[in-house]
Write a new protein. Structure first.
Length: 373
């Protein structure tokens, strides 16, 4: 049975070149980067070379890049330290953020009594920027936590404007770029961002490795205690092969970016045309959406909601209802709950997300199987 993978917002296949690089490092660069002998120094050189490569690609300083296990870990660390160590008394966010952000903020609210303000979400899934600017006018020490690209519906936030407004109002800006890094240019010299998080498996790199950008003007306290790795901010022996894979994946993604954006955008448009031809009452969830994510409200009966993913999976087709982190939940998407009416929320919505590995032939098979349902 042919496998058709249309869930690239959940994770992406690793590029062959990245696998080759990781295998090479595992075979020949097995030293501990903290060891002083030549084998350890060679491993350390790979870690620091990767850090410099990432910094160059994002136009920031190498010392501002810290390796983590994931975007989730980085977000937990940044938000907690901002409250505990930087004196943040209030966090401004939205109810459509990733749960790594929302659940961390809930815990901080209970533990430290911080104030939490949620920006209104418009019916098209976009932020109400007028409301956001109003919230920023407070005198309290504030941090804004907003993602660049929503992981479920693909709505793109204007992080350039958000960063400038934060800077004008002396608010810190934490940006979850897990869905956008490697898929669109990001220039940290031009953007007013204090903290940024990312994860390699979203741009055809390995799972279990990510990084945080921490503006050099800010000093957080360590997330783990032990050795002096990552400037003492994250103790623990570095996963050299994963760091090498992350760097290679980001470099390749940005090298091929223009061609990939064009190809994936055309593929998404083809998918939408085919869906619209076969299901005329279909609707797109969200406006101003990223080029590789298509979240649609299907004109199917409510009873079919639970069986759609199962039936597609039986045919070897992988799509999702929303965040992969919530795939086992029977609850409606917290993102769609903020923008859809109750009747529509009960109907099946699908997130189809693309990469350069997908083809029009795969889209055709997906449509035919959806028609059978």
């Amino acid at each position: 049975m042919q496998k058709i993978y249309l869930d690239n917002a959940a994770t992406t296949p690793i590029r062959p070149e990245v696998i080759d690089e990781m295998v090479r490092v595992m075979q020949s660069e097995y030293g501990n980067p903290s060891s002083t002998h030549s084998i350890g120094r060679s491993a350390k050189a790979i870690v620091e070379s990767a850090r410099k490569t990432i910094a160059k690609l994002l136009n920031c300083s190498a010392k501002e890049i810290l390796f983590t296990s994931s975007g989730t870990e980085a977000t937990n660390w940044i938000l907690r330290s901002a409250v505990k160590d930087l004196g943040v008394k209030r966090i401004i966010t939205s109810k459509v953020e990733h749960h790594a952000t929302l659940y961390t903020i809930q815990v901080l609210e209970r533990e430290y009594g911080i104030k939490v303000d949620f920006i209104n979400i418009l019916p098209n899934g976009n932020l109400d920027y007028t409301h956001f600017v109003t919230l920023l006018s407070s005198e309290e020490k504030s941090l804004v936590s907003l993602m660049h690209v929503n992981n479920e519906i693909g709505v793109v936030n204007d992080i350039d404007r958000i960063g400038k407004w934060c800077q004008q109002n002396n608010a810190l800006f934490h940006c979850d770029t897990v869905q956008s890094i490697g898929k669109t240019p990001i220039d940290l010299e031009q953007l007013s961002i204090d903290f940024l998080v990312s994860s390699a498996h979203k741009f055809h790199g390995p799972k279990g490795i990510g990084f945080a950008y921490i503006n050099k003007k800010l000093v957080l306290q360590p997330m783990f205690f032990g050795g002096e790795q990552e400037k003492g901010w994250r103790a623990g022996t570095e996963a050299v092969h994963q760091i090498a894979g992350l760097s290679k994946a980001l470099d390749l993604s940005l090298q091929n970016l223009d061609g990939d954006i064009l190809y994936i955008s055309e593929l998404k448009q083809y998918c939408w045309i085919r869906l619209n031809e076969n299901f005329p009452q279909i609707k797109v969830n969200g406006e101003n959406v990223f080029y590789n994510i298509l979240n649609v409200l299907l004109p199917f009966s409510e009873e079919k909601t639970a069986m759609i993913l199962f039936n597609l999976d039986m045919k070897g087709i992988a799509v999702s209802r929303g965040s992969a982190c919530q795939s086992g939940s029977v609850k409606p998407s917290h993102v769609l709950a903020e923008m859809l009416q109750d009747d529509d929320l009960k109907k099946p919505s699908l997130r189809v997300s693309f990469s350069h590995y997908n083809t029009k032939e795969e889209i055709d098979i997906f449509i035919e199987e959806l028609k059978r349902i």
